[in-house]
Design a protein around this ligand. Structure first.
Ligand code: NAD
Length: 369
């Protein structure tokens, strides 16, 4: 059995609480002989700032570079609101994404039937929903230069952000989307605003050419980003994989996340380029939610997004799809039994704690192992 190197970065707030549960799941998988992990532990966010005045240390960054995957909890909280900008907790997350060149952000939006009533949309629209949003994460308007505020000297100022995409950036995110689609329902919807943006025209051209050249077996549709936003809430089940740029992906993935009910349910993956020599790619897995200071320390956080993030690591970094399926089945199993943390309580009469939810998922895993 191959040993996989995992760097654990629990972070702040509810990060360490949900992390304790995912570590129990990882230990179970090890004991059951399903996967063997070699784990290192580091500090990120406010916890790292308190320890050494940085949001992530160079030593921990080195561990991140050496790991096969990074498992990340959450960072931030009011305690660090007034620390200098470049060492604020979120800077640790941005440094990890930037230094590891994690250009592809994968956010699945899955609606478990047992939770369909927790969505703001009608049950029939979201029940059994399973879509994947692939967002370009390191380019586009968030990073393009010039990026500045100019004083025009006449009492006016001008704010400038620049949307820039090169062919290679569009091709590599496109490849991630098409390859994912081949393992799913074989359909990609590419989204931009080619009607008003030059970068959108290029995005559309490059995706079309890449599709023709390398992925003609996959169905490709193009949809303007505003229209796609509308379709996501009208009939989301028409989509399989959606690929889009950094800005539109930021917004559309948040819209998609709310289709599924709660932030506490949503895992994510951020992937880098595959190294042609080793066949491995840098990767970080984290829940979509933040450090939830309002409930931190109360033992009531939902650990499912964190545990689902380990499931994504098994699928996308370690090629262990059957183990990832086991985790998803175990999560569906506890939900079917009516177990709920407070955030997904719905009509349930009682709720379970973070630890009880983790234990229940392990009990389900044990049944399936
Ligand atoms: P948040 O995701 O932390 O919380 C939003 C709401 O969802 C809160 O009411 C919270 O209690 C609830 N919630 C989130 N996760 C939950 C879970 N697992 N179980 C139950 N309920 C859950 O977002 P926020 O309140 O906007 O931000 C709080 C802090 O987290 C800020 O410092 C922010 O900068 C940081 N943040 C970090 C990340 C990250 O680490 N990736 C992401 C978003 C926000």
């Amino acid at each position: 059995m191959t040993t996989h190197k995992l760097l654990l970065l629990p972070g702040d707030g509810i990060g360490p609480e949900v992390f304790a549960e995912v570590e129990k799941v990882a230990a179970f998988l090890g004991q059951a002989g399903i996967v063997r992990f070699e784990m290192e532990r580091g500090l990120v966010g406010g916890a790292a700032y308190d320890a050494h005045g940085q949001s992530i240390s160079d030593a921990d960054m080195q561990l991140a570079h050496e790991a096969d995957a990074v498992l990340f909890g959450a960072v931030g909280g009011p305690k660090w609101d007034s620390v200098p900008y470049d060492v604020r907790p979120e800077a640790g997350l941005l440094r990890l994404r930037k230094d590891l060149e994690l250009f592809a952000n994968l956010r699945p939006a899955i609606c478990y039937p047992a939770l369909a009533d927790a969505s703001s949309l009608k049950r029939e629209i979201v029940e059994d929903l399973d879509i994947m949003i692939v967002r370009e994460l390191t380019g586009g308007v968030y990073f393009g230069e010039p990026k500045q505020i100019i004083d025009l000297g006449n009492g006016q100022k001008r704010g400038i952000d620049t949307q820039v995409y090169d062919t290679y950036e569009i091709e590599r995110i496109g490849r991630v989307a098409f390859e994912l689609a081949r393992k799913r329902k074989n359909k990609v919807t590419s989204s931009e605003k080619r009607n008003v943006m030059k970068s959108g025209v290029l995005w559309n051209e490059v995706m079309t050419a890449l599709h023709k050249r390398e992925f003609a077996d996959v169905q490709l549709d193009h949809q303007l980003a505003d229209s796609l936003g509308m379709q996501l809430v009208r009939w989301p089940k028409q989509f399989d994989v959606i690929v889009t740029d950094n800005l539109f992906g930021d917004m559309l993935s948040d819209v998609a996340s709310m289709l599924t009910g709660s932030l506490g349910m949503l895992p994510s993956a951020s992937l880098g380029e595959t190294n042609p020599k080793t066949g491995k790619r840098k990767a970080m897995y984290e829940p979509v939610h933040g450090s939830a200071p309002d409930i931190a320390g109360k033992g009531i956080a939902n650990p499912i997004a964190m545990i689902g993030s380990l499931g994504m690591a098994l699928r996308y970094s370690f090629n262990l799809a059957s183990a990832a399926d086991m985790i998803e089945k175990a999560i569906a199993g506890v939900l079917d039994k009516g177990l709920r943390t407070a955030d997904i309580k719905g009509a349930a009469t009682s709720t379970v704690s973070t630890v009880e939810m983790g234990d229940a998922i392990i009990a389900e895993l044990r049944k399936g192992a």
